[in-house]
Design a binder for this molecule. Structure first.
Ligand SMILES: Nc1ncnc2c1ncn2[C@@H]1O[C@H](COP(=O)(O)OP(=O)(O)OP(=O)(O)O)[C@@H](O)[C@H]1O
Length: 273
């Protein structure tokens, strides 16, 4: 296996952190399209890792590999090794449903169930057979998602009948209610106004005390505000086809102030992408 520079840089940057997810020589294909080429990455525990890069470079693809969401796409195929706490995530004896419980996901568009706020939380807790006082679990999850004070008097109200920003925090509460240890966020603020966006960013800061977070964002300020580590993905053309790769990964301040790659500098300063 080739040792690559990103891995060396990153291990220097976060040598004090344990990694939760380890990616080694990871390649993704959709049919014969090679979407992601040879990714090496360590996702550090209780940190926020941001994925940035131009459209189509494979940020969402890699994020969705972490909780096996791409398994649902018939043309998807991956090679290489991806481990979660040292366990091979793609081993045949790993249950993808259990993976998704431990590695939760929040999507770009808030997607609460058309059920009460209470049941939005309680549903996944029941389905996953999690024991405990349901009222307490609901309250605790809503508190952790910084939503409790706004909804505590209307828990029976439909989860779709609150503001977009509140809906997104409800989706975060729903994700953390099933006791994950990683929360993946795919452009979680893309459909939100600036005030709701700031609330989610503050929440991300709080959440990393208890969870490991990976966020895909097109918003450079957001990456620089929330992320400890930033991974810049880029696209190159191989045999007339666009192929995504990890160009550089390092501490966020280095990626934004003193990156090693020219392309990273150009991207973070808004000169392409
Ligand atoms: N289900 C799929 N089938 C075939 N190709 C796909 C599929 N999903 C994504 N791709 C392709 O894989 C590449 C990476 O897509 P992906 O959505 O991961 O990129 P991204 O960096 O998240 O893009 P964006 O920033 O626009 O959301 C793109 O060329 C895309 O067209």
């Amino acid at each position: 296996m080739t040792v690559n520079n990103e891995l060396i840089n990153q291990s220097q940057a976060f040598s004090d952190s344990t990694s939760v997810i380890d990616v080694e020589d990871w390649n993704v294909y959709y049919g014969d399209f090679h979407a992601l080429k040879s990714i090496f990455l360590k996702v550090p525990k209780n940190k926020v890792t941001a994925f940035i890069g131009p459209s189509g470079c494979g940020k969402s693809t890699l994020l969705r590999c972490f909780n096996r969401l791409n398994d649902l796409i018939p043309s998807f195929r991956a090679t290489g090794r991806m481990t979660y706490h040292g366990q091979d995530l793609y081993s045949s004896n790993v249950d993808a449903v259990q993976v998704r419980r431990r590695i939760g996901m929040v999507f770009q568009k808030p997607n609460p169930f058309p059920k009460s706020i209470y049941d939005n939380i309680a549903y996944g807790v029941r389905v996953n057979g999690i024991k405990g006082d349901m009222d307490e679990i609901v309250e605790q999850s809503l508190r952790r998602a910084a939503l409790w004070d706004e909804v505590k008097d209307k828990l029976k109200q439909n989860g779709t009948a609150i503001s977009g920003g509140q809906q997104q925090r409800l989706c975060i509460a729903r994700a953390i209610a099933v006791q994950p240890d990683v929360v993946l966020m795919d452009e979680p603020c893309a459909s939100l106004d600036p005030i709701s966006t700031l609330k989610i960013e503050e929440l991300i800061h709080q959440l990393k005390e208890n969870y490991t977070i990976v966020i895909v964002t097109h918003n450079m300020q957001q990456a620089s505000r929330v992320a400890d580590l930033t991974a810049f993905f880029n696209v190159r053309v191989v045999d007339d086809k666009r192929q995504g790769y990890l160009a550089e990964v390092d501490r966020t301040e280095i990626i934004f102030q003193n990156p090693k790659e020219e392309a990273t500098q150009q991207y973070v300063s808004g000169r392409f992408g």
